[in-house]
Design a protein around this ligand. Sequence first.
Ligand SMILES: *[C@@H]1O[C@H](CO)[C@@H](O)[C@H](O)[C@H]1NC(C)=O
Ligand SMILES: *[C@@H]1O[C@H](CO)[C@@H](O)[C@H](O)[C@H]1NC(C)=O
Length: 187
Amino acid sequence: MANSTKFLASFLIFLFITFSYAKSHTFSRTISPSTLGLNQQKLSHLHFYFHDVIGGRNQTAVRVAASPATPTSPTGFGSVVMMDDPLTEQPEWGSKEVGRAQGIYASASQTELSFLMVLNFVFTQGKYNGSTISIVGRNTVASAVREMPVVGGSGVFRFAHGYAQAKTYALAELEAVVEYNVYVFHY
Ligand SMILES: *[C@@H]1O[C@H](CO)[C@@H](O)[C@H](O)[C@H]1NC(C)=O
Ligand SMILES: *[C@@H]1O[C@H](CO)[C@@H](O)[C@H](O)[C@H]1NC(C)=O
């Protein structure tokens, strides 16, 4: 009797250990938002100027690919450009930098000037330093206002969703200055 009780006890301990072990390796479970410190969702409005310089000493964007048909396409269809564009507080090139736009724009329409934008805004100031907002969208650059979805974010912008509006502020031979208003829900 004593032996079988001992056996049962060890068996239960074995089961307990097995289940605790399994639990720490669970693939998926439901948790409460508070365990990640998520409380009230907030809406932020970010405003800055984006500088895309395609040549010269301060070049920030380089063409990395094209199709054989790109040179003869009226829209430069197939051209792919990688950018690391400064984002500034004021429209002037030398004004305070608040972040960078890092990513790709690619000519994606054969009939109008329209870019596929795939980029991260990475911020460098104050509480936003190191946080990112990811954008995937369509940018018809000749339109007065273009809208692109915010598809996610990191740091301060975890769980981000929202949209960005782009408006051309100034256009020169080598530099485009674009005013951005970004509206983003996050925690
Ligand atoms: C490049 O940047 C420097 C320093 O920021 C500035 O003085 C110069 O005017 C810029 N050059 C052009 C072509 O914008
Ligand atoms: C932003 O973070 C980086 C890396 O942690 C740090 O080197 C830099 O000084 C910070 N910048 C500001 C303006 O806080």
